[in-house]
Design a protein. Structure first.
Length: 377
């Protein structure tokens, strides 16, 4: 049996390990102070989940918002990168202290983990994160995770904690990710419009589903929007995890949403092998190759990507870099690790394998992207 409805997220048999993401606008009030009564109630819900046999990982926003208040920074600390990094340095101490205090009241040990994009994009560092999370959970601790905004620059940041939560869930082999938001799910259009309808279950993220998303956070405190939540759901689905978006504003948000079945649940896809799941969730692509219809069909049947089916090469990448594979209509079909650098891919594009040795001047490899290093999305 798999997770197919919201209340399954409270079932230890179906969701033994759960990632709960808390957004800035929920944790921090308009005055820049933590919403302690709401946090007390939420932590009680997390403690109840642990008591019934579920392991819990928290991905918590709020450091920049908390630090901005203490430093007197305008625009919630997001006026500049320097402001955000300074606010995060101050706010992260406060944030960790709040979680440690509240979890400690329920006999749980909080463990702070700060990550950047590179920590989860680099395979060796990814394995280190996986090992650390596994040890913390085995010892009964509650990992409290946030992006390391004090050192993260644009090139090495997630930019929102929705996608971070999905990647953390993947690293921890979680069953599901629960996003507490300031909206109660995905709507078929802007929810402020008359007649907007919430979508209760999404089986697969299609172009029609993506068209329903709107960017930006209504609160002005956060950095994500529905677009980032759909990207998180995509990452989760590829890793074999369910993902749910619920309204985090009620006093006991998890119980309120799961009890009423109110939210949007994105169903998991079949779980892939660990390395392919990691590859499928990678967010930074160094380049891309466009393929013809024949190559697209072959990829769908489990074949490697051969140069003969490539029509165009974009970006600057070297052998071993992650690149995207785009179909004839421009949709991303797959992600994989290139066997050649960009210049070599360009030289081989559209050419038959038997011509490769003459073009390259050395014995060619078996494919542009081998099927063992490729994952369909």
């Amino acid at each position: 049996m798999t997770i197919s409805q919201l209340d399954h997220l409270a079932d230890p048999a179906l969701a033994p390990r759960l990632v709960v993401k808390v957004g800035s606008s929920l944790l921090v009030g308009a005055d820049g102070e933590p919403r302690r009564a709401w946090l007390h109630a939420l932590v009680a819900e997390l403690a109840a989940a642990r008591a019934r046999g579920q392991e819990v990982i928290v991905v918590s926003s709020g450091a920049i918002a908390l630090g901005a208040r203490r430093l007197g920074l305008a625009k919630g600390g997001r006026g500049s990168l320097a402001d955000a990094q300074a606010a995060a340095a101050v706010g992260q101490i406060a944030l960790a202290g709040i979680w440690a205090e509240l979890l400690g009241q329920h006999g749980a040990t909080a463990a702070q983990v700060l990550l950047t994009l590179d920590d989860l994009e680099d395979r060796r560092r990814w394995l280190n994160v996986t090992a650390t999370l596994g040890t913390l959970l085995a010892r009964g601790a509650v990992p409290v995770i946030n992006e390391n905004d004090t050192v993260a620059t644009q090139e090495i940041r997630f930019g929102d904690n929705d996608r971070l939560a999905a990647r953390v869930g993947q690293a921890a082999a979680a069953s599901a990710v629960l996003l507490l938001s300031d909206i109660d799910g995905l709507y078929d259009r802007d929810p402020r419009e008359a007649g907007a309808t919430r979508i209760p279950v999404v089986r697969r993220i299609t172009s029609e589903i993506r068209a329903m998303a709107t960017g930006g956070s209504s609160s002005g405190l956060g950095s994500g929007g529905m677009t980032s939540k759909l990207q998180a759901a995509d990452i989760a689905g590829l890793a074999g995890m369910a993902l749910a978006i619920i309204d985090g504003r009620p006093q006991t948000p998890i119980g309120a949403a799961l009890g009423a079945g109110r939210g949007t649940l994105f169903l998991a896809r079949p779980r892939k092998a660990a390395r392919k799941a990691w590859l499928g969730g990678k967010m930074r692509m160094r380049g891309s190759v466009h393929v013809d219809a024949g190559a697209a069909v072959a990829l769908g049947q489990g074949a490697s990507l051969l140069a003969a089916g490539v029509t165009r090469v974009e970006g600057q990448f070297v052998r071993g870099d992650a690149i995207a594979v785009l179909g004839p209509t421009g949709d991303v079909l797959a992600r994989g690790l290139s066997e050649y650098d960009a210049a070599e891919c360009t030289a081989l594009a559209g050419r038959n394998t038997r011509d490769h040795a003459e073009i390259l001047g050395y014995a060619p490899r078996s494919a542009l992207i081998h099927r063992d290093q490729l994952v369909l999305v």
